[in-house]
Ligand binder design. Structure first.
Ligand SMILES: NC(=O)c1ccc[n+]([C@@H]2O[C@H](COP(=O)([O-])OP(=O)(O)OC[C@H]3O[C@@H](n4cnc5c(N)ncnc54)[C@H](OP(=O)(O)O)[C@@H]3O)[C@@H](O)[C@H]2O)c1
Length: 334
């Protein structure tokens, strides 16, 4: 019999790629989404998998609802990808972020523990938890210093997953994932803002691109590869935490230069910076050490920084060309 996976945050970037991977592996994939007047299946549609995924409404603020969903779906594996995931918004909505991104995970783990503690659990932790990083590169033993309500909420969730593993013997693993991007990345995130901005400028749909801190440095990988590490973590005999990263860091400025070069444009003519886009507390420099993921999971990134920028800009150039020609957005975001 095939295994069943429940993915929260199925409508997000990682949810879509993970669903695709698990379907390829023969899983029954159930996607938990938050109830809205319309379900946003754009990313699942883009990958051509929407009709292969079962969808269930699910709310990270409602413990009873989660318990019933876990009972009804009876998953072998739960991947918790749902979160208020945008750092900038977390400064505007710190309490909501804490409720969903932090306490929501305790509710979910409690529901799993009550229904079936044998279910394997993946928690989407983040390099933002290292924040004002105490050492470079960051690995699984680097101390945390979160610099946003998002990062603080994720840290609470992270330690909760560790605690359920230690206290109840549950198979709960956290993937401390460094930034990972793709053409399915939300347009509010800086990489996608840049790739889409360059493409729209190229087609005369936009004049300028306004950004915040160009000197921030991140370790950027390709989301499609990062979901493979999530799955590998849940196949291990013992649950553990893993850093997932490329081991290379690049500045926002380098991302801009490369993206505009791919679009055939001189970035200095179009990019402006505005201090209004700076965060109350910035994270300047993150660089991950993925040695443990490599040695224990056999996981390694395959796509280079330049290839990633090319994949994103080329997808957005196709979208912008469509928009320029038809006067409306292309729904396809592959
Ligand atoms: N991408 C990265 O670089 C990165 C790095 C480290 C960790 N992470 C974490 O990894 C996870 C997946 O990232 P992503 O890039 O795929 O994020 P994303 O595209 O922003 O997706 C977030 C998902 O969470 C859902 N969600 C938000 N609030 C919810 C609520 N109250 N109840 C239920 N679902 C809710 C969203 O649903 P809607 O579609 O309805 O908004 C969406 O499906 C997130 O937890 C993120 O914080 C991401």
């Amino acid at each position: 019999m095939s295994s069943t996976a429940l993915i929260t945050g199925i409508t997000g970037q990682d949810g879509a790629y993970l669903a695709q991977l698990l379907l390829e592996k023969g899983y029954r994939v159930v996607g938990a989404f938050r109830r809205a007047s319309m379900v946003n299946t754009a990313r699942l549609d883009a990958l051509g998998i929407a009709e292969h995924v079962e969808l269930v409404p699910f709310d990270l603020t409602d413990h009873g609802n989660m318990r019933r969903v876990i009972e009804a779906v009876a998953p072998d594996e739960v991947y918790n990808l749902a979160a208020q995931s945008f750092v900038g918004v977390s400064f505007e909505q710190p309490v909501t972020t804490g409720e969903i991104t932090g306490v929501g995970v305790v509710r979910l783990l409690e529901a799993i523990r009550e229904v079936n503690p044998e279910i394997r659990f993946y928690q989407a932790s983040t390099s933002e938890m290292f924040g004002k990083a105490r050492e470079t590169p960051q690995n699984e033993t680097t101390p945390f210093h979160p610099r946003s309500p998002y990062a603080a909420s994720k840290l609470y969730a992270h330690w909760t997953a560790v605690n359920y593993r230690e206290a109840y013997g549950m198979h709960a693993s956290s993937g401390i994932l460094f930034n990972h991007e793709s053409p399915l990345r939300g347009v509010e995130f800086v990489t996608r803002k840049i790739s889409l901005g360059a493409a729209r400028i190229k087609y005369g749909l936009q004049e300028k691109l306004t950004l915040g801190n160009l000197e921030a440095r991140r370790d950027w990988g390709y989301a499609k590869e990062y979901v493979e590490a999530m799955w590998l973590m849940l196949q291990q005999p013992e649950a553990e935490d893993y850093v997932v990263a490329t081991g290379e860091s690049h500045s926002v400025r380098e991302f801009v230069e490369t993206a505009f070069e791919v679009a055939g444009l001189d970035w200095e003519r179009y990019v402006v910076t505005d201090p209004a886009f700076l965060r109350p507390a910035e994270v300047d420099f993150l660089l991950g050490d993925p040695s443990k993921a490599k040695s224990k999971l056999g996981w390694e990134p395959r796509t280079t920084f330049r290839e990633l920028v090319e994949i994103m800009v080329e997808a957005d150039l196709r979208r912008a060309a469509f928009e320029a020609r038809h006067g409306r957005e292309m729904l396809e975001i592959r």
